[in-house]
Design a protein around this ligand. Sequence first.
Ligand SMILES: Nc1ncnc2c1ncn2[C@@H]1O[C@H](COP(=O)(O)OP(=O)(O)OP(=O)(O)O)[C@@H](O)[C@H]1O
Length: 747
Amino acid sequence: MEAPPTKPSSHNLFEVYLRLRPPPANAAQTDRILNVEQPEGSGDKSHPSHITLNPPTDRRRAIEKFAFTRVFEDKATQLDVFHSTEIPSLAEGVLAPQGGEGTDAVVATLGVTGSGKTHTILGSKSQRGLTQLALDVVFRSIGSNMLDSTTLPSVIESLQACDPSESILSTAPNFLDSTFADPSGHSRAPSRAATPMIGEHGIMSPTARRNLARPSALPQLPDISGTNISCDQSAEYAVVISMYEVHNDRIYDLLTPAAKSAATKEFRRRPLLFKSTELSPDRKVVAGLRKVVCTSLREAVMVMEAGLLERRVAGTGSNSVSSRSHGFFCFEVKKRTRSRRRGPWGGSKLTIVDLAGSERARDAKTQGATLVEAGKINESLMYLGQCLQTQSEATSSSKPNVVPYRQCKLTELLFSNSFPSSSSAGHPHATRRNPQRGVMIVTADPRGDFNATSQILRYSALAREVTVPRIPSITATILAQPPPTGSPRPISPVQQHPRPFVPPGAPNSYRNHTPPMNVDERATMEMAALEIARMSDEIDQLRLEADEQLEARMTAEAHLLSMEDRMLDLEAVIRDDCAAEFEQRLTLELARFKASLALEHERSEEHWDRKVDILARGLDASNAGDSEGDKENVLIEHVTQEVERLRRENGVLKRELAGRSPIKRKPLEEREDFSPGGGGAGRAATAPKPEGVAHLGRKLERMRVSTDGARPTSVGGSGSGSGSGSPKKMRKLVGSKRWEEAKEELL
Ligand SMILES: Nc1ncnc2c1ncn2[C@@H]1O[C@H](COP(=O)(O)OP(=O)(O)OP(=O)(O)O)[C@@H](O)[C@H]1O
């Protein structure tokens, strides 16, 4: 078996270490499935790098041997792991003491659930993890080159302008005050010791942050004051923290608390996108995160504690505080030159990743949402395994292998920045960056589940060797059995030259009492033994396949449930969007309605004002126009008088007509021609109709002419006999004179 590469290889995207966890204090004694091979050379500098995975005794499985950059045994401390994985060197790469942007670094842990990933990354109640230790080194190394905290509020804007991820920046004091209710700082254990979201085999949805007590009892050990790295003395620094988790293949911000949905009234977090932005055209970034600018280690640790409160954890059959998501903790070290005219902010990032553990649903006893998560976790870890395998194959072969990292969010986040950035041509903002450096710490429990551990080691190890056990051992077992009593024993010629077959390890007593077998018998028995061995192997194989099928079915079921969950989530998001849009439109319409109502009101007031104006003007004018009114009244009076006069004339005429000779003329009322329609005597008593009056008028006119004229005028006559105008004139004058006289008489 080839030795693992001892120096970082140009092909390797991750250096892979193995850390074994010690047994729990009260655990029952179980067999070790994993043994560390001690290095051949002696001395301080030789460290183990190989382990052997032994199958449990009841299985006839291959013995596997795995190689890593280095193996940390059960007794290794946090500090051992910190130094030996070269995290200080990664931190130095981020600080870039020689100037320039620096090199991004990523440290991740991978392993079966309960194998010690979170313990390694975040520590425990009494021990700090790699994250706190790395932060301690970074803050102490920056020292006086750190940005003055009093100038921070004015610097935020310039930091925000240089941030490529469309994020929201806050200062640590502002963020902590808005997160923790008690500025006094009541004692509270760190989030990992008493995670508030532990449920009985179930996950609890993230709650809104209310009245959280500020953690004060944070571990200070191990001490790392002896470790120093250099920083760029010509630069001033700021540390920007962001935290997110990948849950069910979606990215959620851990520093932004869940917001209450308008539609469902539930607290929900919005998933974020991993994409290229205007300021980062050649690299993908998680867009829209909340980032907190810290100037001291204490602030940074407190911000981390706040973020960890949002992380999804649950109690499972395998781990009482099991991470249900892949946690990403990002520390961006921002730097700019300290000259009078300060340059733009640049810098690099250290990302520490606590992956969720792979688990077997049967052991973890998960169900419902937790089973769904397990399916998603296993699926994403399978893709991660494929990527790691491709990377280790690329190391050993000359063919360039393409790492299939675009299959899920986890591998995209871990690998997409592991390659040199493409040319920045066409993107004026793009700067060419170094590929990130990666460290993967695989954790394993030497007394844990064989299958799960074997699976993780198979795809994460740098090299692997398999030793198949010898089948004849089964033959030996069968041959060791005494033959059935009373069975006829064929006599073989070989029997005469017995060369008793003594199976290795057979008891002496058996040697003494077993009759020797002939060659045929032995051949038959050997054949049978081989057949049994083959069948036994087949059974083993089938059992393994059945196990795998079961696992696959569970994963598929989990996938289905996860899809359903995703659909529900999508539905909720769409509902939210619709509700928000509806509310927006409603507000808009309401505003429009109010505006038009106000306009209408204004118009109507204007209208009434105008009316009142006209009325007022009318009233004013009425006084002035009294004289004109009088004139009208006078006219009306005149008309009335005229009507009266005409009536009187009419009466006179009637009387005059009535007083004439009955031979010549009938009284007016009795005459048929009084009315145009004709009529009898009875009609005389009735009042004449208006047409009658008009008719009468015309008659009277004619009469007037005929009485005064030399010859009577016929009714239908036209008076055409008057050839000249003078006699007619005369008659008219006479007639009118008579009328006047009659009138005067009447009066
Ligand atoms: N090296 C170690 N030294 C002491 N205790 C350890 C060590 N590794 C793990 N433990 C303990 O084992 C338990 C499980 O560890 P941890 O929670 O870190 O597992 P994990 O791999 O993160 O699990 P999961 O994937 O379910 O989140 C914890 O109580 C932890 O304190």
